[in-house]
Design a binder for this molecule. Structure first.
Ligand code: GLN
Length: 502
């Protein structure tokens, strides 16, 4: 069957279940696409071709024996390389873990496999998920399939780029401050960060443990609903995963929400936002209005973004996030010392401290070192109260603002990032500018909320513009339905890059 790569994951699973397409045929199609496009995209750290073909063959055998295939039976998916898999390596795109072989598979990946998915390989990221462009990878820079001079966003840049380039039917990413949503927006795909606790983090290499969450990157909203349903649920192996039933996200997806109240956070529509993005999101609001929704202004005062006369941005949420996330990272990354985990120096060492510091100096990249130092500083005695405890208070204020806003509206509609995909190298000299790429996404993680990024439209220079829908905790079903309303009402169905169609 031709056009396999044009099918959504749901349609491909249906075609495989009906015997119109073989799992082997589908997997080979994607492996061929990877071979053809990877030289220009570099989305994958490792392609697990043999293993993928073995899985695909077993799916085809199941079908021949009339056994059920699972909701993702035979669908080729990619996973971010900070998710542990017993096949292949789990590197977090860090030289310190360049040879790390995980002893178990992350629950979310296992659930995909149990649902019949074929794991194609591991995708590139900013080292330990620290970044917004995938340029901080210890191995290589992934390119945006819409314009290969531009970044795909980050840190799940490899996952977003491979879906946008038609190299995988869907992918998993992780989101600590925007790392699923921002690359989804840059690459014109759908990215969903579920509520903190909705998906098990077991087997996700920890960055900021109170913020991290795994979620899907897909070509459309129904696929996001399907994958979220597959990976969600309680896991005794992750005490922060919540024992709450997982709704059937696909069940009600096509039914529009009546009397939907959409809040526009006034603080997000400032001069910090590119005019084209502002216009695209307001156009989206008009589409919702025409579909019967009410649009109202709401306020998130502690997520305010200030922009001075020189264009310099500042935000409480960014400051708060970069204290909380760095503090947690400095603690989480202490285990990579060449003894417990990770690369060990080959140099002659004086003592154990020397061994630790040389191994870490050789293994970690510059951005990771910067963050470990920042985090260690804010946690050190004398500074803990001034920085870390204060940041926790600000975090609570940010969360309270959202709670108040959700008394007035059902979902929030806002930008994903202040710009469309930027040029490779454009922000690498100035970490602060890079941090500000997350001004609209990080408060969601600080508040533990679910949020979805989906394509709103295209810019004049033919780059995807994303928009973000945020809801209260465990409102995944509402967000997905609201997103689906837009997807159906607008002309943004199956938004694909040229490359994916080639
Ligand atoms: N860009 C943010 C950071 O650098 C968020 C990354 C993420 O969500 N993993 O920390």
């Amino acid at each position: 069957m031709s056009g396999i790569a044009e099918l959504s994951a749901i349609d491909l699973a249906a075609a495989i279940a009906a015997g119109q397409v073989g799992a082997v045929e589908a997997t080979q199609t994607y492996l061929d696409a990877i071979e053809k496009r990877e030289p220009r995209i570099d989305a994958f750290n490792e392609v697990l071709a043999e293993r993928a073909m073995d899985t695909a063959r077993s799916i085809d055998t199941r079908r021949q024996n009339a056994r059920p295939l699972g909701p993702l039976g035979g669908v080729p998916v990619a996973v971010k390389d900070n998710l542990c898999t017993t096949d292949g390596k789990t590197t977090c795109s860090s030289r310190i873990l360049a040879d790390f072989q995980a002893p178990y598979t992350a629950t979310a990946v296992q659930k995909l496999e149990d649902a019949g998915a074929v794991i194609l390989g591991k995708t590139n990221l900013d080292e330990f998920a620290m970044g917004s462009s995938t340029e901080n990878s210890g191995f290589k820079v992934t390119r945006n399939p819409w314009d290969t001079d531009r970044v795909p966003g980050g840190s799940s840049g490899g996952s977003a780029a491979c879906v946008a380039a038609g190299e995988a039917a869907a992918a998993l990413g992780s989101d600590t401050g925007g790392s699923i949503r921002q690359p989804a927006a840059f690459c014109g795909v759908v990215g969903f960060k579920p509520t903190y606790g909705r998906v098990s983090r077991l087997g996700l290499v920890a960055y900021g443990s109170s913020l991290d969450q795994i979620g899907p990157l897909t070509v459309d909203v129904p696929d996001a609903a399907l994958l979220t349903g597959v990976i969600a649920g309680h896991d005794p192996g992750d005490s922060t995963s919540v024992a709450k039933d997982v709704p059937d996200y696909l069940g009600q997806l096509e039914t529009p929400i009546e009397n939907l109240r959409i809040g526009l956070p006034v603080e997000f529509y400032s001069n910090a936002l590119e005019a084209e993005i502002n216009a695209a999101i307001h156009k989206a609001a008009d589409i919702y209005k025409a579909a019967g929704a009410t649009i109202l202004d709401v306020s998130l005062p502690h997520s305010r973004i200030d922009c001075d006369a020189h264009g310099n941005l500042s935000s409480y949420a960014v400051a708060c996030y970069y204290i909380v996330a760095m503090a947690e990272a400095s603690s989480n990354l202490a285990r990579y010392d060449g003894v417990h985990y990770g690369h060990r120096t080959a140099e002659k060492v004086d003592d154990i401290i020397d061994l630790y510091s040389r191994s870490r100096a050789e293994g970690f990249g510059q951005e990771v070192k910067r963050r470990i130092m920042l985090g260690t500083y804010t946690l050190s005695s004398g500074y803990y109260d001034a920085y870390y405890n204060k940041a926790l208070k600000v975090r609570r204020l940010i969360k309270n603002d959202f709670d108040k806003a959700f008394e007035q509206c059902d979902v929030l509609l806002c930008p994903v990032g202040p710009t469309t995909a930027f040029k490779i190298g454009e922000k690498t000299d100035d970490p602060l500018t890079m941090y500000l790429a997350d001004i609209y996404t990080i408060s969601v993680n600080l508040a533990g909320l679910p949020a979805l990024a989906l394509p709103a439209g295209l810019s004049e220079s033919n780059l995807p513009i994303g928009m973000q829908l945020i809801g209260p905790v465990f409102s995944e079903d509402r967000i997905l339905r609201a997103a689906r309303m837009y997807e159906k009402a607008s002309d943004i169905t199956r938004f694909r890059s040229e490359m994916a169609r080639a």
